[in-house]
Design a binder for this molecule. Structure first.
Ligand SMILES: [Zn+2]
Length: 274
């Protein structure tokens, strides 16, 4: 599943659309599922002839804002991706294809059809927790401290794994990067937030930033269906320490795999992360 790093790389790949205009569009096989709740006619009326003034990212949403202030907002979910001028036979599963005035073919492909392309006016409805890429580590540490205090007041607690993958506090880390962050910090995924002191919180916040920027430098994770806009793939998946590995890279212990911490596959070393 594309996470914030992969969405950011997609967005940067789409900057070339700024100033261009959508001339036509074509729905592919079951493309009407992607543009729900709109039907093809109303969707066309929102986008055709419009100039794209801006391409941005809000959390895990790709936002293209038109000259009239409306935005076309895409969530890639499990297997969505945009490509530009990449032939259908290379990526496959085209659901929507846009044609621009400058002669570009912008293709939205999605094997599993969970992605959505919508039209909205107010981007505020998209905002959730602090954006993991745009927020610096000291700010992230403050947000985690605040969450810890709030949890204590409500007599609640959460595991660090939940803190990283739940989208409400910090948006966009995602499961695979969360596995990597915890391994690098030698943190047991079931550690409770209440058990972290400020030094550990600061270190965790720094690790979030450094793992995400490491992923970004490697072009993101291409575990299954994630491609760059030009049809190439990321390389971070080849350098993961724990996710889907069988042995710890550090001590060679057999890794454990559990869904107990946040409902997602968590790989960890029982020796290094205890
Ligand atoms: Zn180990």
């Amino acid at each position: 599943m594309p996470e914030i790093v992969e969405v950011e790389i997609q967005v940067e790949g789409l900057y070339g659309l700024i100033g261009d205009r959508i001339k036509d569009l074509m729905l592919g096989d079951r493309g009407e599922k992607i543009i729900r709740p709109f039907d093809e006619d109303s969707f066309r009326s929102f986008v055709l002839g419009k100039e794209i003034r801006d391409v941005t990212r809000v959390g895990k949403y790709i936002v293209m804002t038109f000259e009239d202030g409306l935005s076309m907002v895409t969530h890639l979910r499990m297997t969505g991706r945009y490509t530009i001028n990449v032939p259908e036979n290379k990526i496959g599963h085209t659901r929507v294809e846009f044609f621009t005035e400058n002669g570009l073919s912008l293709r939205y492909s999605d094997v599993r059809l969970f992605g959505r392309i919508s039209i909205i006016e107010d981007l505020e409805v998209l905002r959730k927790g602090a954006d993991a890429l745009k927020t610096d580590s000291s700010q992230l540490a403050k947000i985690i401290e605040k969450t810890k205090k709030k949890d204590a007041k409500r007599r609640k607690d959460r595991t660090v794994k939940e803190l990283l993958t739940g989208q409400k506090v910090i948006t966009g880390v995602g499961n695979v990067y969360a596995n990597e962050i915890l391994f690098r910090q030698s943190l047991y995924p079931g550690t409770l937030l209440s058990e972290l002191d400020s030094t550990a919180i600061e270190a965790l916040a720094k690790e979030i930033k450094s793992v995400l920027s490491w992923g970004y430098q490697l072009g993101g994770l291409s575990l299954k269906d994630y491609y760059h806009v030009d049809g190439t793939k990321g390389k971070a998946q080849n350098h993961l320490n724990v996710y889907k590995n069988s042995r710890c890279q550090r001590c060679l212990s057999r890794l454990k795999n559990s869904k107990d911490f946040d409902g997602r596959a968590t790989y960890y070393c029982p020796r290094c992360q205890s």
